[in-house]
Design a protein around this ligand. Sequence first.
Ligand SMILES: Nc1ncnc2c1ncn2[C@@H]1O[C@H](COP(=O)(O)OP(=O)(O)OP(=O)(O)O)[C@@H](O)[C@H]1O
Ligand code: SF4
Ligand SMILES: [Mg+2]
Length: 327
Amino acid sequence: MTGPAPLMEVDDLAKHFPLPRRGLGARGAVRAVDGVSFRVAPGEVLGLVGESGSGKSTVGRLALRLLEPTRGAVRFEGRDITAQSLRQLRPLRRSMQMVFQDPYASLNPRRSVGQAIGEVLRLHRIGDRADRHDRAAALMTKVGLSPADLGRMPREFSGGQRQRIAIARALAVEPRFLVADEPVSALDVSIQAGILALLRGLQAELNLAMLFISHDLSVVEVMADRVMVLYLGRVMEVGPTRTIFTQPRHPYTAGLLAAAPRLDRGDGGEARVVLRDEIPSPANPPSGCVFRTRCPFVLPACATEVPQPRALAPGHQMACIRDDLRF
Ligand SMILES: Nc1ncnc2c1ncn2[C@@H]1O[C@H](COP(=O)(O)OP(=O)(O)OP(=O)(O)O)[C@@H](O)[C@H]1O
Ligand code: SF4
Ligand SMILES: [Mg+2]
């Protein structure tokens, strides 16, 4: 492998949620994530896109071991975190933080902002009381809020301000890796750009690696260095952001882009891929290529062959058996 040593390496990760048993038949499972591999370099932002239910949040939670995988490995700085005891994980938890879609749900409504930030510092045994207060004040400034507001309660802030507080709390312990799961999706469009600029600025300043999850392609385009496209728990395509947006090679990527038209991209003319029908159930995914029931370019072989990711250019991979498609 070339380039810097990865901060995070994920190999053949899977999460199957068992379904309740029905009658005497075998117990089925929702294959939320089914064989996902990727790398994130220090200071790199990997965008994760896909329709609702494609397994994005599950990948994010597995990467931080907030969920136990069904199979596969997650290595952080070379150590397999899926094989570590909870005690061994403790110091690593500090290096890996998460920002969620709904900042209100992740902030305790009965604790002041200062208490919320102080608590995470105390949990990781960082500083004494005075240090923790100073740190919390500095963080407030860093995220564009006033240290004078540390005593206020979450409900006294707007949605955008609350997401700034959630970001401050996640960064308080100086993580090297952040999972941001739809961090602006719950916010008014008019305030999304400010939060994204803040996140991007802090990410660069702190050389923070990030798994940035969003169903909104325009948001991923401004945030990510590379983009990974997920469908029914599998990686369809991964590559540099510019390549994915201008020269997608997987029909699903082309379909996602066509469904989110932009003025400067045109409508793709004849190559426009219309995503018809709904995503099949991950409890009963199609054989062969999981995208085949919606793919306009499907061939008989797509029902039997599971396309393996293959390299098209350095850093650009996709999983489709066809070589002739251009969008
Ligand atoms: N705890 C769980 N138990 C059972 N099924 C689950 C659980 N969590 C997720 N799933 C299922 O796994 C699949 C993937 O879910 P996930 O939340 O990872 O998708 P997502 O891409 O984040 O979707 P969204 O864009 O709606 O957030 C879905 O079919 C979902 O219903
Ligand atoms: S493998 Fe077949 S069904 Fe899957 S994306 Fe390629 S052409 Fe479509
Ligand atoms: Mg999700």
